[in-house]
Write a protein that binds this ligand. Structure first.
Ligand SMILES: Nc1ncnc2c1ncn2[C@@H]1O[C@H](COP(=O)(O)OP(=O)(O)OP(=O)(O)O)[C@@H](O)[C@H]1O
Ligand SMILES: [Mg+2]
Length: 470
């Protein structure tokens, strides 16, 4: 075991592969990144094993180009399309009076044993919602606590065996024998939510290419996962069909002119109201289309997706109990004005558009909303704030013990990108001043009086001027 990990996010539009390894301070070091156009997967389901295998192989080969390290664990994201989630609980005796990892493992296995798993489904995650030691409720981490009985309430994610077997087959053809599966939405949440958001509750929506994944967190645990088989490629298809233009031209229209808020009406300030597009079947002929029409088509599809999510959350009783708000990510979150529309649809619930903070490593970058899932896999497997859970091999994942002699003070060093807690990595892309962006651990950031140099700027500059008059 050399602790080197290969993470794969097999998305519908691209496969992302990252090879990473923790350093001595348990910061995540990126060794290689590969991305390739996806083939053989749609709406989270493998449609062609050979094509899927080729896409995975190409992405992994690209990631391997930058490193000579061999990886000993492979972790692959799976879509919520395959999954069913249930809750369960279990309890065990603590024979020695002190809770060790053995009892924690036993109680989680017991909760799993007590659950009714739908036939043909396999376990992906067993995540503790809370532990109880004797009569003490809601213990976050029972390790080393005194007690005679340990209880666990858990959230179990299961996935369809046939879908998993197809992914395993594609991985095998591409040269990968064993892997651990991680739910896509759960991974995204790990990349984006900070500890406060996890505690008070938050919903993460990953708007991808042909899938929309959403998960809810409360009291530091995953409590819900949802899925809609619609994503940004549906906008492209709508534009292509309605405007009779080839899909490639429709995709370009979406990226170049797609906006939910720009004024494309006649005589707008942008000075542009129409664009020329090729006609399907006869690409040498072009036709003119009003940007207003494009906007209407895009708006209708995006609004539909957001309303579907809202209905789903409402039905599950979570909409009125979302906590700190909704965090939107994934490729489609790049769409201009998505925050405004999401705020309107979710009526009063705070919405932010988010991407993982870059775990920089020289020229390689991971700070795009499309990278939330892959970065989340790294955080989930290698991050310092991971908790106890059972993985898809039903093995106990433990929190990482950081040696205090080598750990850094609790704040994020933005220049070196060495976040001591992965959860502080949410990078809320917003033009507004956002209090949650402040590094509250770094008290200097909010409490230090202005030094002379700073005083020269802004109010300080004005003050200097007044002082000169006297
Ligand atoms: N500005 C934009 N407006 C709308 N869509 C966009 C924009 N930029 C990128 N996209 C879309 O984002 C999608 C890719 O996002 P992402 O990488 O999150 O998807 P994926 O992970 O490959 O797919 P999935 O998660 O659905 O399996 C593409 O469909 C792309 O067209
Ligand atoms: Mg995705």
């Amino acid at each position: 075991m050399n602790n080197t990990l290969l993470a794969i996010d097999f998305g519908s539009s691209s496969v992302k592969a990252v090879i990473a390894k923790p350093d001595l301070e348990h910061n995540i070091g990126i060794l290689g990144i590969g991305t390739q156009k996806s083939q053989g997967i749609y709406k989270g389901i493998i449609t062609n094993i050979e094509d899927a295998a080729n896409s995975i192989r190409d992405a992994v080969l690209m990631a391997k180009k930058n490193t000579l390290e061999n990886f000993d664990t492979t972790v692959v994201s799976i879509s919520g399309n395959h999954t069913k989630s249930i809750r369960s609980s279990g309890s065990v005796n603590v024979p020695n009076g002190i809770i060790t990892e053995t009892e924690i493992n036993q109680v989680m296995q017991m909760a799993l044993y007590n659950a009714t798993i739908v036939p043909e489904y396999e376990v992906i995650h067993v995540i503790p919602i809370h532990f109880k030691v004797d009569d003490t409720v809601d213990v976050d981490n029972p390790l080393n606590m005194n007690g005679s009985r340990l209880e666990a309430s858990v959230f179990i994610v299961t996935a369809k065996r046939t879908s998993l077997t197809n992914i395993k087959s594609a991985l095998k053809i591409s040269g990968i024998e064993n892997c651990i599966f991680v739910l896509d939405g759960y991974a995204s949440a790990m990349a984006l939510l900070d500890s406060q958001q996890k505690k008070f509750g938050a919903t993460v929506i990953n708007l991808g290419d042909s899938t929309t994944e959403f998960v809810c967190f409360k009291s530091n645990s995953l409590i819900f996962n949802g899925f809609i088989p619609v994503g940004s490629s549906h906008i492209t298809n709508d534009l292509s069909e309605m405007l009779h233009t080839p899909p490639a031209a429709a995709e370009k229209l979406k990226i170049d002119y797609g906006s939910l808020i720009k004024d494309y009406s006649p005589k707008n300030d942008l000075g542009i109201t129409k664009v020329k597009i090729p006609r399907i079947g006869d690409e040498h002929t072009s036709s003119e289309v009003a940007l207003e029409s494009i906007q209407t088509i895009i708006h209708a599809r995006v609004e539909e997706i957001l309303i579907l999510i809202r209905k789903n959350l409402k039905k599950s009783g979570l909409l009125d109990n979302i906590g700190s708000g909704i965090v939107v990510t994934g490729g489609m979150s790049n769409l201009d004005g998505i925050k405004v529309l999401a705020q309107a649809v979710f009526d009063g619930i705070p919405v932010s558009i988010s991407a993982p903070k870059n775990i920089k490593n020289g020229f390689m970058s991971l700070d795009e909303p499309t990278m939330s899932t892959i970065v989340g896999i790294l955080y989930l497997m290698l991050g310092k704030s991971r908790g106890f859970e059972l993985d898809s091999n039903k093995k106990l994942v433990r929190p990482i013990k950081v040696d205090p002699r080598i750990s850094k003070p609790a704040h994020v060093d933005i220049n070196t990108q060495k976040a001591d807690d992965i959860n502080t990595s949410a990078n809320v892309k917003s033009n507004e001043t956002n209090l949650s962006n402040l590094d509250l651990n770094n008290k200097q950031a909010i409490l230090t009086p202005l030094d002379d140099k700073q005083k020269k700027k802004g109010v300080g500059k004005f003050w200097t001027k007044i002082s000169e008059w006297f």
